[in-house]
Design a protein around this ligand. Structure first.
Ligand SMILES: CC(=O)N[C@H]1[C@@H](OP(=O)(O)OP(=O)(O)OC[C@H]2O[C@@H](n3ccc(=O)[nH]c3=O)[C@H](O)[C@@H]2O)O[C@H](CO)[C@@H](O)[C@@H]1O[C@H](C)C(=O)N[C@@H](C)C(=O)N[C@H](CCC(=O)O)C(=O)O
Ligand SMILES: Nc1ncnc2c1ncn2[C@@H]1O[C@H](COP(=O)(O)OP(=O)(O)OP(=O)(O)O)[C@@H](O)[C@H]1O
Length: 517
């Protein structure tokens, strides 16, 4: 997609960009049809934006980017100095004081503002973003829409999928992706918006049609510093510059605060939703268990109502499903129409890789991404309630991040599970022995004498738990979900919990009985 505004002269006129004095003559008339901030992703005729980062200055890669076909370079003053020292690049160079702050706007201009040609849905919150986005996607497809999806697990453009690099892509990559969606015929897209992305302005200048908030609990404090700052980042998605309408789950105090603030600042734009009986615009009632999942009624104060359900286990998935449905209704779909299309699609039950993903029935073996105390609590509670035998939990903690959540996770584990196996997660640069020792100490201090075993090798821990489980037991392997790489001291190892579970199931005697899915 080529837009008129991709002429460099027009970009300089519209945005705070300064050309360097020795640009080649006629540089103003050069057009670029793409923007990339990573030289490894640059294609012919694109602009490379090389800015300062935490590890390296992107301008260092400008020459490689030009070698790969970049026909213009954008950088910051430090980058311009670096380039001036190295001699001419042979392509026009533009300079901006704060490149990351400008990148989304620049890329949106170059790609012709693709978000404006799509129905756009964004979900933020500590837990439930991925699940809600898959449910949104499922609901939109049930309505006959052609969809795109962006999140932690994958990026999907009308059925074509590739693994995600970040939960929320960098600004130029996001605009490129949206342009690809438009060119492919996508009508509606749903995406996860992380707090990092909001803090770093990765989604700007997209104004989402409908934004959703799931919940907030402790996570990512290594990046945001305090819960208050973490909340402020999430809350910014509900400002007029970032969304037109919103739906906020008010079953925690952060959601209530967000909804109250939005109601005062933008009356009528942001609706509240409660599953747990709080006063709210959207309320969920008549929740009935059905198989592993639930059926429920979603009612708005104005009388709109819808009965639907989700086959995914856990009360929290009722919340995610209700939020997804309320967001679709907020976009203007009639309740009767959505109710009928969801009924035909089997409810809000998409397959979500590594999210409460059930790999066997007897014993029930579930792989789930829960990797913070709130999520672990929810997952353990959901499975406890539906397990006839023992609940066995295999989990660990990530290294080099937010150590404060370890004792809380250990407490949730020994409070909720009958037996716990502590295994390695992603130790990163921390000693895995030390991480396990912290979890063990916290578990022991909280409930002395609990059944807690330490098996560092995760594959072995999974094998042991699966082989020892009785048919009526549930084994929950928590923390890594869909992830396929375990990072230990800077080295990536292939490790996929689902593969390990399947391999262990194959070793169980009597497997021919058909317990594996
Ligand atoms: C804080 C943050 O978001 N950092 C991201 C950022 O790093 P940075 O700006 O410091 O980049 P850098 O590595 O110093 O490189 C500087 C510039 O040189 C460029 N470069 C670098 C190397 C090279 O070979 N070629 C090249 O062009 C880079 O693209 C970048 O523009 O840009 C890098 C390149 O895109 C990202 O890899 C990096 O994500 C880091 C690894 C990261 O872990 N981010 C996490 C915290 C994150 O954003 N997570 C949230 C989800 C959180 C959750 O809910 O779980 C997310 O949205 O994914
Ligand atoms: N609404 C919810 N409330 C609390 N916990 C939830 C909720 N939804 C999901 N969870 C739990 O959190 C885990 C992560 O869910 P999901 O991947 O949907 O969230 P996420 O926000 O995308 O997480 P992340 O940002 O870490 O990728 C699930 O595996 C489940 O255990």
């Amino acid at each position: 997609m080529t837009a008129a505004s991709s002429r460099l002269g027009d970009l300089v006129a519209a945005l705070p960009l300064t050309p360097v004095p020795d640009n080649p003559p006629g540089w103003e008339d050069l057009t670029v049809h793409g923007v990339r901030s990573d030289n490894r992703r640059v294609g012919g005729g694109e602009l490379f934006a090389g800015h300062g980062g935490a590890h390296v200055h992107g301008a260092r890669y400008a020459r490689d980017a030009v070698g790969a076909g970049a026909t213009a370079v954008l950088t910051d003053p430090a980058g311009a100095e670096l380039l001036a020292r190295e001699g001419s690049l042979g392509v026009p160079v533009l300079v901006a004081e704060d490149v990351p702050a400008l990148l989304g706007e620049l890329a949106a201009a170059v790609y012709g503002r693709p978000a404006e040609a799509l129905g756009t849905f964004a979900v933020t919150g500590t837990n439930g973003k991925t699940s809600t986005v898959y449910m949104l996607d499922h609901a939109l497809r049930s309505l006959g829409r052609t969809t795109g999806l962006i999140g932690t697990v994958e990026v999907r453009v009308a059925g074509r999928s590739e693994p995600a690099v970040l939960t929320t892509p960098q600004p130029a990559d996001l605009q490129a992706l949206l342009a690809d969606m438009v060119a492919t015929g996508v009508t509606d897209m749903s995406m996860e918006v992380s707090s990092h992305a909001l803090g770093l302005r990765r989604v700007d200048p997209v104004v989402f049609d409908v934004a959703g908030f799931t919940n907030l609990s402790q996570d990512h404090l290594d990046y945001h510093g305090t819960l208050e700052q973490y909340f402020a980042a999430k809350a910014s998605l509900f400002a007029p510059a970032r969304s037109r309408r919103g739906v906020v789950v008010v079953d925690d105090s952060w959601g209530r605060r967000l909804a109250e603030t939005a109601a005062a600042e933008r009356p009528g734009a942001v609706a509240s939703l409660s599953v747990q009986g709080h006063d709210a615009d959207w309320r969920v009632t008549e929740i009935t268990g059905e198989g592993q999942g639930h059926t429920f009624t979603l009612i708005h104060r104005d009388g709109r109502r819808l009965r639907t359900g989700t086959g995914l286990p856990g009360g929290f998935n009722v919340t995610n499903a209700a939020l997804a449905a309320a967001m679709v209704l907020t976009s203007g779909v009639e309740p009767d129409r959505l109710e009928a299309s969801l009924a035909a699609a089997g409810g809000l039950t998409p397959v979500i890789p590594g999210r409460m993903e059930q790999l066997a029935d007897f014993p029930r073996v579930i792989v789930d991404f829960a990797h913070n105390p709130g999520a672990l609590q929810q997952a353990v509670d959901a499975l406890r309630a539906t397990t006839a035998g023992r609940l066995v939990l295999v989990f660990g903690a990530t290294g080099s991040r937010d150590r404060g959540k370890r004792p809380q996770m250990a407490q949730v584990a020994v409070d909720g599970a009958d037996a716990v196996v502590i295994a390695d997660d992603d130790p990163h640069d921390e000693s895995p022995d030390q991480i396990r020792a912290e979890l063990l100490a916290a578990a022991d201090a909280h409930r002395p004498g609990s059944q807690v075993r330490e098996i560092g090798n995760r594959a072995e821990a999974i094998r042991t738990a699966v082989l020892e489980a009785a048919e009526e037991d549930t084994v929950l392997v928590a923390g890594r979900g869909h992830e396929k790489i375990q990072e230990v001291a800077g080295v990536d190892h292939h490790l996929d919990d689902r593969e390990e579970v399947r391999a262990a199931l194959a070793l169980r005697p009597g497997r021919a009985g058909g317990s594996a899915r």
